[in-house]
Design a protein around this ligand. Structure first.
Ligand SMILES: Nc1ncnc2c1ncn2[C@@H]1O[C@H](COP(=O)(O)OP(=O)(O)OP(=O)(O)O)[C@@H](O)[C@H]1O
Length: 366
């Protein structure tokens, strides 16, 4: 998937931009607060029909303006595709593919596959288990449509059981209906997560080793209550305790991915650079997985990922993403002098742009 041309009007601090992009690496350089992330967010928007940072659509309209407009002209395996998004204040957004408006935005999601790595993703490591389940669910549901259904059904049964617990109902038969469903859907969710991780973990480890030049060993371990035995039996055995707590303490809604560096938890002992490497390796493994299981190579957005990484690791990441497994890449950085040099050494096609107070200008390569 290649974004050849991007037009932006009034999106956040970008008043107007018309960019012709490289099919290889596109690098956006500028000081803090200039609009680099906003530009990547515009690319993200055209894939996911929403901003990665701001959930309220109208807040993405440039201050004191009435609308924003984004248009991307893509090459999807040699087929041209035009994606348009228009948002006026107090109106529903318009989203069109080749000038035809989508009836449901969900029909578009997945059509322009994209993976973004941004500083906010550090929650994946530092945050609670919910962040990691969200990550698993997002990646799996992008290629397995049935998975989303399983999650919906499981969550419904869980909500019903929790409602009984909150009302302090003690009749066993009422619980059993929902506990059976939690077991049935939960076991299927477990199998999907397990199968996904069996493919995902070796790729993640391969990427981490490459970026860290084999200096550290990292692990990802999947933990689930399903592995402790029959879920229905477990739920019935903890029912009295759950009644006191008012929520369900067993099930796949508590699954977690244990992340470790050597023998210790990553979030406790990892340095900032090691955490960043871990995160980049996770997201690149997500990219690899989507690429293998999807119909076209995703676009990769790397927002401000080089902060806290030493020059060796930056170089390894650039080498990795400019290799055959990756496609078109967008990178932001704050005027890092040697980034230009590293990219030039890869021999890939690349464009450099400067971003200054929302104005984007193409820089000539030296
Ligand atoms: N709706 C809006 N209208 C006008 N300006 C906006 C709007 N939303 C955000 N901004 C401005 O965009 C700027 C932030 O841009 P962005 O996050 O892209 O910066 P950046 O270049 O990525 O910086 P950093 O290097 O610090 O990450 C801020 O100055 C903010 O005020």
């Amino acid at each position: 998937m290649i974004l050849n041309r991007l037009s932006i009007v009034n999106f956040k601090n970008i008043a107007q931009a018309e960019l012709h992009l490289s099919a290889g690496i596109n690098c956006f350089l500028g000081n803090n607060g200039m609009g680099k992330t906003n530009l990547l967010d515009a690319v993200y928007y055209l894939s996911f029909c929403k901003s990665n940072t701001n959930v309220i659509d109208s807040q993405n309209i440039r201050h004191n303006e009435d609308f924003f407009m984004l248009q991307g002209n893509y090459d999807r395996d040699n087929v041209p595709e035009e994606i348009y998004c228009g948002q006026k204040r107090k109106q529903k957004k318009q989203f069109k593919r080749n000038k035809k408006e989508y009836e449901r935005l969900s029909d578009h999601i997945g059509f322009i596959p994209l993976v973004m790595v941004s500083p906010a993703d550090s929650e994946l490591i530092r945050g609670g288990s919910e962040e990691r389940r969200k990550f698993l669910d997002l990646v799996i549901s992008q290629f397995n449509k049935e998975y989303l259904n399983l999650l919906i059904r499981y969550n419904k049964a869980l909500a019903q059981r929790n409602a009984l617990l909150k009302q302090e109902i003690t009749e066993n038969s009422l619980y059993e209906i929902w506990e059976e469903q939690m077991m049935q859907y939960g076991s299927s969710i477990y199998r999907c997560r397990k199968a996904f991780l069996e493919q995902f973990i070796p790729v993640f480890q391969e990427f981490y080793s490459y970026i860290s030049s084999d200096n550290e060993s990292v692990e990802l371990r999947y933990n689930s209550d399903i592995e402790r035995g029959n879920l229905m039996d477990q739920l019935s055995s903890v029912r009295n305790r759950d009644l006191i707590l008012g929520y369900s303490t067993r099930g796949v809604h508590r699954d977690d991915l244990e992340m470790s560096l050597g023998e210790y938890p990553m979030k406790r002992i990892g340095s900032q650079g090691q955490n960043k490497t871990f995160l980049v390796a996770l997201k690149l493994a997500q990219f690899d997985f989507l690429s293998r299981n999807g119909t076209t190579t995703p676009i990769l957005l790397l927002d401000d990922i080089f902060d806290k990484l030493d020059s060796k690791r930056v170089e390894r990441i650039i080498q990795l993403v400019s290799g055959e497994r990756f496609g078109q890449i967008f990178i932001t950085d704050t005027n890092r002098k040697y980034l230009d040099e590293i990219i030039r050494h890869t021999g890939n096609d690349y464009h450099l742009f400067s971003v200054c107070e929302g104005e984007i200008t193409k820089l000539e390569e030296v």
